[in-house]
Design a binder for this molecule. Sequence first.
Ligand code: AMP
Ligand code: MG
Length: 465
Amino acid sequence: MVLPFQNTYARLPGSFFEKAQPTPVVQPSLIVLNDELALTLGVDPEFLRSKEGLAILAGNAIPEGAEPLAMAYAGHQFGGFSPQLGDGRAILLGEIGGKDIQLKGAGPTPFSRRGDGRSALGPVLREYLVSEAMHAMGIPTTRALAAVASGELVLREAPEKGGIFTRVASSHLRIGTAQFFAARRDLESLKALVEYANRRHYPGTTGALGLLQKVITRQAELVAKWMGVGFIHGVMNTDNMSLSGETIDYGPCAFMDHFDPARKFSYIDQQGRYAYQNQPGIAQWNLTRLAEALLPLIDNDAEKAVELAKAELENFPALFKAAYHEVFSKKIGLVQNKDEELIQSLLDLMAKEKADFTLVFRCLGEGRESFLAQFQNDAKAREWHDRWQTSGEPDTSLMHTMNPAFIPRNHRIEEVIEAAKQDNFYPFRELLRVLQRPYLNQPEFSKYQRPPAPDEVVCATFCGT
Ligand code: AMP
Ligand code: MG
């Protein structure tokens, strides 16, 4: 089968990338393939399962029509600027059906610096589960097409089994891509980037200011959706924020169990820069970095450019607030809800009681007793429930499409990864199946619904390298 590659990114100026070939592995085996996604791309899943297909997904063969490359970008990481990052362990094969097809962990590229260009199996399976769960919950995200075991070891804290992940994205353009050209004062490339991003993601939009406005809107909506499912991205560096508004880079991310607005997971994020409640502020900070990068294209008059960019950035808090309010109003089933305090008082109660974020909202739609069971302090919970009931006619079917029963809980992810390391992929497949239908009651899988017991709590996730 000849895969229908388009290579629009490879047609951009040479400053955008370096050519890079995947490095073959000795004995690859397919762990999981996303048939449904393959079909939507117009690719026969049976082909991808064949020997020829596996060779492509492992980086052992380059499909006809692909032009493998590593993308160039810069980025602010934990606040500090690196003018030169680039794909050190990801290789873009090309686009199919307008989507990027990228191999992650397929060997070093010219941007690898001291890295090995490889991925351990754990982070590959984590990204597979979490990105597909996000998709199933209706949250914009990159997708998982395949996970392959490389049959080789990668050296991390200890030697670990290696994996190769095939990521599908609307594009891999990042805020850091614009920063890369801005830092080099390469205005020609910056202009080409703006035109390309607008053409690909925002047809009808023109110019740098237009792009900025669109990215601000998409990111405000995206972060509001994350907040609505208790998602903590964990590494919101500017190279991990996409211009398309999809969630990208599932390194140290996690979903909260009990509600704590100051919750952070990433083990390297000691300061809590990327904690749950800081995410909107960080998104705005990152968007400000995007605006700065785009300034020379916004207006020839530097002062005027700053004014115009500032006016767009100032919209972010209101856009976020509106999106956040909409998400949470739907979560409590009151679409017309004007009472911000109603939502906030529930969140305050949840924080105080360390109630489980997912279960509280899910149970609210299932009845009073079910809801009250999530709290120790019955009186306060009753009081809130009374207030909620008198605030309007809750739409419980809407609530069931907004409040997942199943999220990828960290302790379960860790559990299935441990089994996979012993070559038992059954738990991984089972959890994946459950997470693909997050809004459906699946009583036979209730164990995946439960928060961790005290001895099962996983405190930090590690950087996905
Ligand atoms: P991340 O934290 O995954 O966003 O990665 C930050 C930067 O480090 C990116 O430029 C990655 O390509 C690069 N990187 C991460 N892990 C590796 C690795 N194992 N080999 C080479 N480059 C890496
Ligand atoms: Mg990254």
